[in-house]
Design a protein around this ligand. Sequence first.
Ligand SMILES: O=c1[nH]c(=O)c2ncn([C@@H]3O[C@H](COP(=O)(O)OP(=O)(O)OP(=O)(O)O)[C@@H](O)[C@H]3O)c2[nH]1
Ligand SMILES: [Mg+2]
Length: 201
Amino acid sequence: MKQILLATKNKGKAKEFKEIFGQIGIEVLSLLDMEETIPEIEETGTTFEENAVIKAETIAERFQIPVLGDDSGLEVDALNGEPGVYSARYAGLEKNDQKNLEKVLEELKGVKTDNRTARFVCVLALARPGSQTITKRGTCEGCIGEEPIGEHGFGYDPIFYPEGSHRSLAQYSPEEKNQISHRRHAIDQMISWLKQNDAME
Ligand SMILES: O=c1[nH]c(=O)c2ncn([C@@H]3O[C@H](COP(=O)(O)OP(=O)(O)OP(=O)(O)O)[C@@H](O)[C@H]3O)c2[nH]1
Ligand SMILES: [Mg+2]
């Protein structure tokens, strides 16, 4: 496998996939690289697994090539796991990262540090024409800060402190984030599975 198509229109995700797969010589293309406009895929699932499979299978069906789908998000314990699968749309359908993180901070007002635990989850689905779709899950544990800080990353990174860290994920360099992120852990598991199943070629 020298090239893989990623069923996403999220620039932040596409950048991280390109960086991580680039290190092992695999080129990642996303829907943002395609000439034709791909209609919005409706995320009708109630789990990360269901949505990742919907994205991967929709695009694999259309192009008849192997496709990776990523469904990811932030689970905050004090909010009963919200925003979860609704992370991109938490503050409205326009998918505004700034509004989304402000809503999390608002909902957590008055919640003490010890009770601000959270995790990022990333589920990858690999759909290959004629084969069973497989999914792999990666997580990154941490907690939610009091205010946004940092310039890197995307989404909720400016309010997420990885376990044991005094820096938000948006204060990590891209290289540092890619070593510990939920996305990295899911990709590692997917690559191990592909190697064990002789499906890397
Ligand atoms: O701070 C963050 N660092 C991350 O590393 C991260 N990964 C996911 N997220 C959040 O979760 C939503 C995914 O929702 P999502 O999987 O539906 O993706 P999306 O709608 O943005 O794009 P697509 O892949 O569906 O085209 C994103 O928009 C973000 O808000 C992250 N936030
Ligand atoms: Mg989405």
